[in-house]
Write a protein that binds this ligand. Structure first.
Ligand SMILES: [Zn+2]
Length: 155
């Protein structure tokens, strides 16, 4: 690794630990030429995952974007760390499909599956946007299916 201070390429690793998000290894390095210390991150390179919208446009899957949608739905109801985990689980579930391109619909369904386990209100909020609810009867239907498929914990 080239030293950012002097440009030399000889260094030694003085510390190595998982980064806070768990997806990377963080290494502290020391330049053998000038002694400057710097940090590098090592990550697994994942193949690109593409998402096709209903309009037909295709863009790269973005975990932050998924997380944003979940945060909106779960506002004030679910801890941030839980949502981080849920967004990671959405990505993992999509990658497990083993395809290069998924529909935005599949992304939405995975988000719903995660929110269903986390918080019923967040789930229904997300579903109302995602499934384009037109009236109270749509909420009623969704709540009914929620009660049927996911009995409250401890019941
Ligand atoms: Zn140096």
């Amino acid at each position: 690794m080239r030293c950012p201070t002097c440009g030399a390429s000889e260094d030694r690793v003085v510390d190595s630990r998982p980064a806070p998000d768990g997806d990377a290894i963080r290494r502290r390095r020391e330049c053998r030429a000038c002694g400057a210390r710097f940090t590098t991150f090592e990550r697994v390179e994942l193949p690109e995952l593409l998402v096709r919208k209903r309009s037909g446009t295709v863009s790269a899957f973005s975990r932050p974007k998924v997380l944003e949608g979940m945060q909106r739905a779960a506002k004030g109801r679910v801890a941030g760390s839980e949502l981080d985990r849920a967004a990671a689980a959405v990505e993992q579930a999509l990658r497990t499909l083993g395809v290069r391109e998924v529909d935005s619909e599949q992304v939405g369904l995975q988000v719903l599956a995660q929110l269903r386990d986390l918080d019923p209100v967040a789930y229904v909020r997300f579903a109302s946007v995602y499934k384009d609810f037109q009236g109270p009867e749509d909420f009623e239907k969704e709540l009914h299916s929620l009660r049927k498929e996911a009995p409250p914990k401890g019941a």
